[in-house]
Design a protein around this ligand. Structure first.
Ligand code: PEP
Ligand code: MN
Length: 338
């Protein structure tokens, strides 16, 4: 249920509305828009419906969210969510560039790549320590050792880090080192994991499953918010289609649809979306033009020796050139990048 307050509502009235709702055993999420304050009411719909919300002073309207996703719905906040990864804000005017290798492979590899992406304008470092691989015989990631190396790379580069969490049993370890948790495409509907990261203090980037609809993605995000963690970022990373010339089909339709449907920031990962190095820059620029709040890009200092996804990683100089173009596209649509 969404409460919109009257114009000119006072702080005391807002506090009173919130207190009253809490007294009823319900929770609230208060969002301050330019004109109005929107108060999302959280709890079982049938209980909320019987409370006289409209009678509380300062309340202008009370509207149910009719969509199956409630907390992630745009109207629940009425304004875009700004989410912090370390000291980087995503969801505002800046297009955030997250970059780094697919996997953390060694100390020198991650520290070198962190510096390369930082020097070119990335503001978040990515790198997998726990890797979801199609084959059990492929490199599975360095695990906790990889997390420690990521923390060292954060220290040397100053970039906050995002890394994948694959299993609830690893959450404590990943939380110790990461600034943002990534739930990968293969785990988008791992509901036990979604609930667990929903109780984390860290922001979560949720990637779209390769056969998931946009609605499925929003419903999965709802799991995380419903546990109390509102710091969720959505990521379009390509879906499976009949096309075989690219690894996946990057569904850029998802960007304007998600921006309309939800208050959560939207990131695009063109690297996994196309899976072919040569095509990544064009789709990165298209994603920014479409309104993405951020990009996730794989970059490697020696892709031919990479332990995963070498064929789709950009080289340092390609990434540097791309960031310059990203800045131009961002500027053309009234934003800035990097
Ligand atoms: C990744 O980011 O390295 C990754 C495995 O992505 P996805 O979950 O989108 O396949
Ligand atoms: Mn990868």
């Amino acid at each position: 249920m969404i409460i919109v307050t009257k114009p000119g509502v006072t702080h005391a009235e807002i506090d009173h509305i919130v207190e009253r709702i809490h007294d009823w055993g319900l929770k609230t999420e208060v969002s301050h828009g330019a004109q109005r304050v929107v108060i999302g009411v959280i709890g079982a719909e049938d209980i909320i419906r019987e409370k006289p919300l409209a009678a509380i002073p300062g309340v202008e309207s009370v509207t149910p969210v009719l969509k199956p996703y409630k907390l992630v719905a745009h109207e629940f906040r009425g304004t875009a969510s700004h989410i912090r990864i370390g000291d980087v804000t995503i969801g505002g005017s800046e297009v955030v560039i997250m970059a780094g290798p697919c996997s953390v492979e060694s100390r020198s590899q991650i520290i070198e790549i962190a510096q390369i992406v930082k020097d070119s304008g990335a503001t978040v470092l990515r790198g997998g320590a726990f890797k979801p691989r199609t084959s059990p015989y492929s490199f599975q990631g360095l695990g906790v050792e990889g997390l420690k190396l990521l923390a060292e790379a954060r220290e040397s580069s100053g970039l906050p880090i995002i890394t994948e969490i694959m299993d609830t049993k690893d959450l404590e370890a990943v939380e110790q080192y990461a600034d943002c948790l990534q739930v990968g495409a293969r785990n988008m509907q791992n509901f036990a994991l979604l609930k667990e990261v929903g109780r984390s203090r860290l922001p979560v980037m949720l990637k779209r499953g390769m056969s998931a609809t946009i609605k499925d993605l929003l419903m999965s995000a709802e799991y995380i918010l419903s546990e109390g963690n509102f710091n969720v970022i959505l990521c379009e990373r390509g879906i499976r289609t009949f096309e075989t010339m690219t690894r996946n089909t990057l569904d850029l339709n998802a960007v304007p649809v998600l921006k309309a449907e939800t208050h959560l920031p939207v990131v695009v990962d063109p690297t996994h979306g196309v899976g072919v190095r040569e095509y990544v820059p064009a789709m990165a620029l298209a994603a920014v033009a479409a309104g993405a709040d951020g990009l996730m890009l794989e970059v490697h200092n020696n892709p031919e020796l990479a332990k995963s996804d070498g064929e789709q990683a950009l080289l340092g100089h390609e990434f540097a050139a791309l960031v310059k173009q990203i800045r131009k596209v961002a500027e053309a649509i009234g934003r800035n990048a990097g």
